[in-house]
Design a protein around this ligand. Structure first.
Ligand code: AMP
Length: 284
C-alpha cells in the first residue's frame, strides 16, 4: 500500500511543501486541478486537502503523513505525532489591540471581546492565565474586527506584522510559535513506518543541506590547523596543495548561522579567495 501524504490544497504552505517533496526525490504529478496525485519513484500518493481538515484525516488514518503548520494541529487538538519541524511557514499566534488601547498585561483583557480563528488555542491560554474574555470565532479577515466594532482585540497569526500594522493594531502577547512540520498517524503498520523512515531520512538530508554551506578557500600552510579548528561541521576539512608553495586549498562545510562570524576569523588567519556554495543534500 502506498504512503498517503497530505499537503495543503492552496495557500501559504502549498509551494514549499511541493518543493520539499521534490527535493526529497518525490516528484508529484500535480498538473491538473485534482484531489489526489501519484508520486514518481516513491511508493506514495499525495492528497491536496484543506488545511483545517488535515488533522482529522491524520487522526482517523485516512492520511498517514502530512505537512502542516503546528498551529493547526494544536488548534484542532489532534492526537497525532510530530516527527520533524521543517523550518518554513514560521509564524506566531498573537493577541493584538488597536494602537493606543489601554493595555497593561493579559488581565486587561478581562471581560473584553476577542475575535479569532483559533478559539481553542486562545481559550486554553486565557484559562491558563485565569482571564475571562468573550471569544468571537471568525474564519477570515480577523484583523478588521476591531475597526468594525465587532471586537476589542484580535488573536491572529503574525509573521512580518505588516497586516497588523496596516490595520492599526499592535501585537501585545505571543501565545504560540509555529512552523510547518511533518505529522503522522499514531497507529501505522510496519510497512508504512518503513516508508516514513525513508522519507524522513531524505527530508532531513535536504534540511541539513539548506542549513549548511560548502566553503573553500586558499590558506597559508601555517594556518591550516587553526582554520581547521574553526570549521568543525563535518569530520575534518579536505586539504589540497596549491601549485604556489606554502599554500593549500581547504574545503569544508559551515553552518549558515555561523557564516559571517567565522568568515571574519578566517580572514584574520590569512585565508584568501573564500568561496561559499549552496549544498543541495547532506547525508552525514
Ligand atoms: P493559509 O494558507 O493562510 O491558510 O495558512 C496556512 C498556514 O500557514 C497557517 O496555518 C500557518 O501555519 C502558516 N502561516 C505562516 N505565516 C502566516 C501568516 N502570517 N498568516 C497566516 N498563516 C501563516
Amino acid at each position: 500500500m502506498p504512503l498517503n501524504i497530505a499537503i495543503q490544497k492552496k495557500g501559504r504552505l502549498y509551494t514549499e511543501s511541493i518543493q520539499l517533496l521534490k527535493e526529497a526525490g518525490l516528484k508529484v504529478d500535480n498538473s491538473k486541478d485534482q484531489l489526489k496525485a501519484k508520486v514518481q519513484k516513491f511508493d506514495a500518493e499525495v492528497m491536496f486537502l484543506r488545511n483545517s481538515d488535515i488533522p482529522k484525516y491524520l487522526e482517523d488514518g485516512v492520511v498517514d503523513l502530512a505537512i502542516i503548520g503546528e498551529n493547526t494541529l494544536i488548534e484542532k487538538e489532534a492526537d497525532i505525532s510530530v516527527l520533524q519541524q521543517l523550518g518554513f511557514s514560521k509564524c506566531r499566534l498573537s493577541i493584538a489591540l488597536p494602537k493606543g488601547s489601554d493595555y497593561k498585561n493579559i488581565n486587561s483583557l478581562e471581560g473584553q471581546k476577542i475575535a479569532t480563528s483559533y478559539p481553542n488555542t486562545l481559550q486554553s491560554y486565557l484559562n491558563e492565565k485565569n482571564v475571562k474574555a468573550e471569544i468571537h470565532r471568525i474564519s477570515g479577515s480577523v484583523e478588521i474586527a476591531p475597526n468594525i466594532g465587532l471586537a476589542d482585540a484580535v488573536c491572529d497569526l503574525v509573521s512580518s506584522g505588516s497586516t497588523l500594522f496596516k490595520n492599526g493594531l499592535e501585537e501585545k502577547e505571543i501565545i504560540l510559535k509555529s512552523e510547518a512540520c511533518i505529522a503522522v498517524n499514531k497507529n501505522l503498520g510496519a510497512e508504512k513506518l518503513e516508508l516514513i523512515d525513508e522519507l524522513l531520512f531524505r527530508i532531513q538530508s535536504v534540511l541539513k543541506g539548506r542549513n549548511n554551506k560548502y566553503i573553500l578557500m586558499n590558506v597559508p600552510n601555517k594556518s591550516i590547523d587553526a582554520v581547521s579548528k574553526i570549521l568543525p561541521v563535518l569530520k575534518s576539512p579536505t586539504v589540497l596543495p596549491l601549485v604556489e608553495e606554502g599554500w593549500s586549498s581547504l574545503h569544508s562545510v559551515i553552518s549558515e548561522d555561523d557564516f559571517w562570524s567565522v568568515i571574519k576569523e578566517l580572514k584574520s588567519l590569512g585565508a584568501e579567495g573564500i568561496l561559499v556554495v549552496p549544498i543541495e543534500k547532506m547525508v552525514v
